[in-house]
Design a protein around this ligand. Structure first.
Ligand code: SUG
Length: 416
């Protein structure tokens, strides 16, 4: 097979729980303290992957990171006075949202003709800042062929970097040179702006991107203030298409103009606030969708089930489909367990454009491996976690052994 886009979904880890850790992420705050269902969550993820494997013929995955993180627990010097969120940070299964694992610049875009990956430092949130060294270790195995891939260290703090969630790529076809768009926020609002402009610029320079095919635009501070903690909550791009809310960027028309100057073929599919408010877009995650090019050449949008349940969103979708725009199908998927922590279908995947033959095959899915994943998850993932369980030795043992069972089943014990 030649160069193609592969979605690497994060397998939901056995410690998946709702601890209300992410200030500015409305779903995380709303569901903090709820019981979670790690087994159901992970099975929802595998079902999503199966659907895209059938649609695209290729699908990858990344594995949960080691939790609870004993080094972080030690470093926090916990005692009876410690707020429970600190302990919960070390238990977080947040690496499931692989759109935050790294920023990826495919080989056709880079100066040395290799695909470059920079793990995201995720420094704004304690529970996420612990991810990148283990993420890097995993990326270095999955994309270990140095003839085709370059894996960097994370950008140094204090420049927050949230990875592919704040990065979009426009191209005539996935294997052709693209225009990479980095979207950053400015601090000063009621919620943190997690992506720093300098982090974006550092990543672009390291990856060897051509300045005339690289665009930097600012997120709309009003969108961050109502819960768009990542750009991929209000916009997504694929091929020639930018699918976006009309209030995604600080200067909406200026953003379109800047992208069009670098990529004249740009097609904008804009959802007006009069049809879907920013709040409704963020509640339903209409834009946290996977915009896929199917083998037929047509585009399909994989959205959360929550979109179909919103009359405003679904009315807009039906009107859009009745027209003759580039998105020809909209397919709801059930990822409710992840959604309740602010992670939709697009958060759960990292896009890597490459030849699948250059990827370590242990990270690629087929039907038999999906069966295997389901078997291991059904046998080992906790059915339910209540917030009061976080910290229990018994739960720690079962979470650790569940992950090891998965690593062994996939012949990836080296990640243990
Ligand atoms: O970083 N939620 C994640 C959701 C990440 C979504 N990713 C993208 N938009 N690409 C976050 O806020 C919640 C954890 C908790 O509250 O327990 C959390 O980390």
């Amino acid at each position: 097979m030649s160069m193609t886009e592969i979605n690497f979904d994060g397998i939901v880890g056995p410690s998946h729980n709702y601890a209300g850790l992410s200030l500015g992420n409305i779903a995380s705050a709303t569901h903090g303290g709820d019981p979670s269902y790690p087994r159901a969550a992970a099975l929802q993820g595998v079902t999503k992957m199966r659907g895209n494997l059938a649609r695209l013929g290729v699908q990858g995955f990344l594995l949960p990171l080691p939790r609870p993180n004993s080094a972080l627990l030690d470093a926090l010097a916990l005692d009876d006075t410690t707020p429970p969120q600190l302990r919960a940070a070390a238990w977080s299964a947040s690496s499931m949202w692989t759109a935050n694992a790294a920023t990826v610049s495919p080989a056709p875009d880079t100066a040395d003709g290799r695909c470059h990956l920079t793990p995201a430092n995720l420094v704004t949130m304690l529970h996420r800042a612990q991810e990148w060294p283990d993420t890097k270790r995993q990326l270095a195995i999955a994309f270990g062929d140095a003839r085709h891939f370059a894996i960097h260290d994370a950008v140094p703090p204090s420049f927050g970097d949230e990875g592919a969630a704040n990065h979009m790529r426009l191209c005539e076809s996935h294997d052709a040179p693209g225009v990479e768009v980095f979207v950053y926020g400015r601090t000063g609002g009621r919620f943190p702006a997690r992506q720093h402009e300098q982090a974006s610029r550092i990543v672009a320079r390291r990856h060897g991107l051509a300045p005339d095919r690289t665009v930097f635009i600012e997120q709309n501070p009003d969108a961050i203030a109502v819960g768009a903690f990542h750009n991929d909550v209000v916009a997504v791009a694929n091929g020639r298409v930018l699918f976006t809310h009309d209030k995604a960027f600080a200067d909406q028309q200026g953003a379109y103009d800047a992208i069009r100057a670098a990529f004249p073929a740009l097609e904008v599919v804009e959802v007006p606030s009069s049809a879907v408010t920013l709040e409704e877009a963020i509640r339903t995650y209409l834009f946290n969708a996977q915009l896929l090019t199917l083998p037929s050449g047509e585009m399909a949008l994989i959205v959360p089930e929550e979109c179909r349940e919103s009359s405003a969103v679904w009315t807009w979708v039906e009107t859009m489909l009745a027209g003759n725009g580039p998105i020809r199908d909209v397919i709801p998927v059930d990822v409710r367990q992840s959604m309740a922590n602010g992670g939709g279908p697009a958060c759960l995947r990292l896009r890597v454009v490459c030849d699948p033959a250059t990827v370590d095959p242990r990270f690629l899915l087929d039907g038999a491996k999906a069966d295997l994943l389901e078997k291991v998850i059904a046998a080992h993932w906790p059915e339910q976690i209540d917030p009061s369980d976080i910290g229990s030795d018994a739960l720690a043992d079962s979470v650790i052994s569940a992950r090891l069972a998965l690593l062994n089943a996939l012949d990836l014990a080296q990640l243990g």
